[in-house]
Write a protein that binds this ligand. Structure first.
Ligand code: FAD
Ligand code: NAD
Length: 470
């Protein structure tokens, strides 16, 4: 058994683990990175990257159907499903070098390609290596949850781990779960020519503002995605040529089944109890500083049991690096934007309207800025959008946007919230015309216009000043 000593041992080479390893090594720490499967983790191989590549292909197909508003005759695209999957694979391959073993070794990281498991409070075994490190970072991510539905496991359903490699086009894709994974995959497959039915246990996209979700669902249904809400999948049967799912009192038959019913933390190979690390069904038990019950062990990303986003895993990495390398106090920000990359996109940062109402009560003002009032949206015939701004104490406390490029528009608001910027600053911003980002300025301005326009006091002052001015 080879014995290795390190300052920091990172377990898992996905979004979180790679960010910790790269940052720590480049700042002079001796880092060992342990990965049991592919470098890059879920985001690169089975998550963000392939899903966004598939959605991009689907958007290109949809553009061909949608020219009528511009005087361009719509055409039904011919879709080579296997070639679409080649685009997905090429996108992964193009990004992979950034996450590769070679790149990390060139940064000075010792990369071990094996599964890691704790053998004591300060030691991890990976194959025939024993790593003793001053600090450990659990970055083992999550994997798809398979709900306990009779017949599901034996139906061998697709998950995010297998669907991107499927080369034959599903004639009818049935999706269990209407979270971001289910809804993104539903739109992508529908636009690529599949019939799609989504089974939503409760309402679709339950973490998002229902008013904005309704706009997105109307679009999805308009494109032909069938969404059955309030219907838990109760039973699955394998049938000739496909599957059938019992939900909402009826059997829904399809050619392929995708399970997108949430995630479970990937901690099973890790033996966390051998190191005194408390875990729950959500993930490693951590405080706001991401420290576990073993003070020398941190957890980042999906394994830390909170929201699950690549950019959050990256932020977690910066929090633990600050603590591990410099001994500085650090905690996770609560300003974490999120985007569902459907078309229109659904984006959010800060408090939702419901959360803002609970926290600020009567002090809350909610402003709605429809995209229909934006010149660029009109020019592009993309007016189905809405920005909802929550304001308290003269500052934005939350923003939700559904609309074209909402994911790009939310960046400005993430900066405003993180910097505790006053709403008057956003209202006074000079933004290029015509852009969708003007919806931000318009929404902020709408908060002040009742106080400025039609105000007898302001009118009186203006008349006085006009008389006094030469
Ligand atoms: C379909 C889909 C689409 C998504 N789209 C987006 C998106 O657009 N934007 C976004 O922000 N987020 C998205 N996400 C979420 C995002 O992928 C995750 O939040 C992110 O990958 C989490 O990173 P991580 O480092 O915590 O875990 P992972 O990326 O899962 O990496 C964990 C790594 O640890 C390894 N590992 C596990 N156990 C061990 C062990 N014992 N020893 C050694 N190695 C181990 C695994 O093999 C894996 O490589 C999506 C997720 C899915 C499923
Ligand atoms: N664009 C993005 O940033 C992006 C994209 C995809 C995934 N993700 C992240 O990945 C994680 C996983 O996403 P997800 O969509 O798999 O999970 P999720 O937990 O967000 O949604 C799963 C849904 O499945 C439903 N469900 C569970 N069992 C069911 C049953 N038997 N019948 C019908 N419905 C059932 C649940 O009610 C839930 O709404 C999320 O945290 C998400 O934030 C992010």
């Amino acid at each position: 058994m080879e014995r290795i000593r390190a300052d920091i041992c990172v377990i898992g080479a996905g979004s979180g683990g790679l960010s910790v390893a790269a940052g720590a090594a480049q700042m002079g720490a001796r880092v060992v990175l342990v990965e049991g499967a592919e470098m890059g983790g879920d985001c690169l191989n089975a998550g963000c990257v392939p899903s966004k590549a598939l959605l991009a292909a689907a958007k290109a197909a949809q553009a061909m159907r949608g020219g009528a508003a511009f005087g361009i005759r719509p055409a039904e695209p011919e879709i080579d499903f296997a070639a679409v999957k080649d685009h997905v694979a090429r996108t992964i391959a193009a990004i992979a070098p950034h996450d590769s073993q070679e790149r990390f070794e060139s940064l000075g990281v010792r990369v071990l390609r094996d599964w890691g498991r704790f053998v004591s409070a300060g030691e991890l075994q990976a194959g025939d290596r024993l790593i003793r490190a001053r600090r450990f970072v659990i970055a083992t991510g999550s994997r798809p949850a398979l709900p306990d539905i009779p017949g599901l496991a034996s139906a061998n359903p697709l998950t995010n781990e297998t669907i991107f490699a499927l080369r034959e086009k599903p004639s009818h894709l049935v999706v269990i779960g209407a979270g971001p994974v289910g809804i993104e995959m539903a739109q992508a497959h529908r636009r690529l020519g599949c019939r799609v039915t989504v089974i939503a246990g409760a309402r679709a996209l339950p973490k998002d503002d229902p008013e904005l979700v309704a706009i997105l669902l109307a679009r999805l249904r308009g494109e032909g995605v069938e969404i059955v809400e309030g219907a838990r999948a109760e039973s699955v049967e394998t049938r000739p040529g496909g599957v059938a799912v019992l939900a909402g009192g009826r059997w829904i038959e399809g050619s392929h089944l995708l399970v997108a019913a949430g995630r479970v933390p990937a901690l099973d190979r890790l033996d966390p109890d051998r190191a005194g690390i408390a875990v729950t069904a959500r993930g490693v038990t951590v405080g706001p500083d991401l420290r576990s019950t073993n003070r020398r062990v941190y957890a980042v990303g999906d394994a830390a049991g909170g929201m699950q986003f690549t950019h959050l895993a990256g932020h977690h990495a910066s929090v633990v690096i600050r603590a591990m390398l410099f001994g500085l106090p650090s905690r996770v920000s609560d300003i974490i934007p999120r985007v569902t990359y459907t078309d229109p996109e659904l984006a959010h940062v800060g408090l939702t309207e419901a959360e803002a109402r609970a926290r600020h009560g009567d002090r809350l003002t909610v402003i709605r800025q429809p995209f229909a009032g934006n010149d660029r949206a009109m020019a592009e015939a993309r007016t189905e959008g809405l920005l909802k701004l929550m304001v308290a104490g003269g500052r934005p406390v939350g923003v939700s946007i559904v609309g074209d490029r909402a994911g790009e528009l939310i960046g400005l608001w993430a900066l405003a919230l993180a910097g505790r910027v006053k709403l008057s600053t956003v209202a006074g911003l000079v933004l290029p015309y015509p852009t969708l980002s003007e919806t931000a300025k318009r929404a902020a301005g709408a908060c002040f216009s009742p106080r400025l326009f039609g105000n007898p006091l302001v009118k009186g002052v203006v008349r006085l000043v006009q008389r006094a001015l030469p």
